[in-house]
Design a protein around this ligand. Structure first.
Ligand code: FAD
Length: 464
């Protein structure tokens, strides 16, 4: 069963944070206790440049977590986010036990718990009408034995607020990275160019980190080669009223006709219906009634809620991709999170993998940057990030692709009949108890979960 915990409240932000839509969320400058705020009218002119030690492009889970960790370790960091707020409805909502362990390590659990969220101690899937208790996180070590469902904008805001408590942290909203800056043609990356309300701004940095997601501009500018894995499905994204009754929250409904993911939010269900790639235009043409029918047939429990979907315009298409760079870094630059490896929504692990990349990056870079950080040493550390994270990422992507193969064509009956055959019943009785604890670890932690090193935590531990 799931539960909703806490209310939408956190400690009030430090004065270094100006809530959006002001493009400048925080601004660090020398001479004012390390922190100053600027009114949005004081935007830079095209000739302006600033410098920092690490410039992070993208204020998603990877970028904001990396900013927070570096700042805690006393490394000056500037995070640039192109949007003026975190309020993207299509961001995933899952915070897995691996990330909850990091929240504990950061000492911000009370602040996290104060934000409204739901707990999913187990994940049920309804396959062709048969409910399977496929994953139960009770088998994980205490204290984090559940997935938390929290709107991602709340999580990002919490991490940004915590980052801004350090004088080394700066997050600028409404700053869109448009290119990298190099030391001569094809030379070492020495920073980025960002488009701001007041024109172009050059940011000089010892290291540039691309955390700008799967359409990463930085990755394009670096011209790094990658491998695209074909994905047969896309996701249509919409909200439904919560169905009445007390059945447990279900994460997935797999039938012959569809696969639907439901994410319980306090007021409504956020739903994703997987559709074959390229079929969205036809689906729109068929209209809202056909779409409602499709949901009701695939997930009868949602039948009473489908009328809350007013128009086909309320159904958005999210394209699913899986890819991975061959080389995650170039001299002076590193890609992490979806910028290095776009993840599918399967198992909802993309956010957690992005966060794990950020932790590995901080763990490997902080000792180098603290020691002065020669270009050679920085580049060696960025290559070590890839060595550490590539294997776990490749394994998870392989798993995601095998799930795509099962659900891509609506395979409910092939997986399980209703009622299950005798053979299927025996297989389920034998297999599920064996699979459940393994699945809990794989989904809850991913492969090779990271811990924040003592060196990264050092300053924060002393401060708190
Ligand atoms: C339909 C769908 C559903 C998903 N659901 C889940 C889920 O429930 N749970 C889960 O764990 N994962 C989910 N994922 C995967 C997950 O969204 C990603 O793996 C994860 O968000 C990656 O985090 P990131 O920080 O690397 O990148 P992102 O979350 O993409 O963040 C990148 C940030 O960079 C900013 N940015 C982009 N370009 C620039 C620029 N030029 N300059 C400055 N800023 C820029 C963006 O605005 C964004 O804030 C889902 C994916 C899809 C496609």
């Amino acid at each position: 069963m799931s539960g909703t915990v806490g209310s939408a409240r956190t400690r009030s932000p430090p004065s270094a944070i100006i809530p959006s839509p002001d493009p400048l969320v925080s601004h660090r400058a020398a001479g004012q206790n390390g922190v100053m705020t600027m009114p949005s009218g004081d935007s830079p002119s095209t000739t302006d440049s600033i410098s920092t030690r690490v410039c992070v492009a993208g204020g998603g889970p990877a970028g904001v977590m990396l900013g927070l960790l570096l700042a805690r370790a006393g490394i000056d960091v500037l995070v640039l986010e192109k949007h003026s707020d975190f309020f993207r409805d299509f961001r995933g909502d899952t915070v897995h036990p691996s990330t909850l362990n990091l929240i504990d390590q950061l000492g911000i659990r009370a602040e996290f718990d104060a934000i409204g969220h739901a707990l999913l101690p187990r994940l049920d899937a309804v396959v062709n009408g048969v409910r399977l208790h496929a994953i139960n996180f009770a088998s994980l070590p205490a204290p984090n034995r559940a997935i938390t469902l929290m709107p991602q904008w709340d999580l990002l805001k919490l991490l940004a607020i915590e980052g801004a408590r350090s004088p080394h942290f700066e997050l600028r909203m409404g700053y869109e990275v448009v290119d990298v800056v190099r030391d001569g043609a094809g030379g070492r990356v020495t920073g980025v160019l960002a488009q701001t309300a007041g024109g172009l701004l050059r940011i000089d940095a010892e290291l540039t980190v691309a955390a700008d997601g799967r359409d990463s501009i930085v990755r394009k500018a670096l011209d790094l080669a990658g491998r695209e894995f074909g994905v047969p499905v896309d996701v249509t994204w919409f909200r439904l009223d919560r169905p009445s009754g007390s059945a447990p929250d279900t994460l997935g409904y797999l039938s012959d006709s569809a696969f639907i993911v439901t994410i319980p939010r306090p007021e409504y269900l956020q739903c994703g219906l997987l559709v074959p790639k390229g079929s969205f235009a036809g689906l729109r043409r068929d209209g809202i009634e056909a779409f409602r029918q499709r949901i009701a047939v695939a997930a009868p429990r949602l039948a009473t809620s489908v009328s809350s979907l007013a128009s086909i315009d309320d159904v958005k298409l999210l394209s699913v991709r899986i890819n991975r760079l061959k080389t995650w870094s170039a001299p002076g630059a590193l890609c992490i999170g979806d910028a290095a490896h776009a993840m599918s929504p399967v198992f909802g692990v993309g956010i957690n993998y992005a966060v794990q990349d950020a932790v590995a990056t901080a763990n490997l870079l902080v000792p180098v940057l603290r020691a002065g950080g020669s270009p050679k040493a920085i580049d060696a550390a960025t290559r070590a990030v890839q060595r550490r994270r590539e294997g776990p990422t490749a394994l998870m992507q392989r798993l995601q692709r095998s799930v795509h193969r099962i659900i891509g064509t609506g395979a409910g009956k092939r997986v399980l009949q209703n009622p299950p055959t005798r053979r299927q019943r025996v297989a389920l009785r034998v297999a599920i108890p064996i699979i459940r604890p393994i699945a809990a670890r794989v989904v809850g932690y991913g492969f090779r979960p990271e811990r924040i090193s003592r060196e990264v935590l050092g300053e924060g531990a002393a401060r708190r």
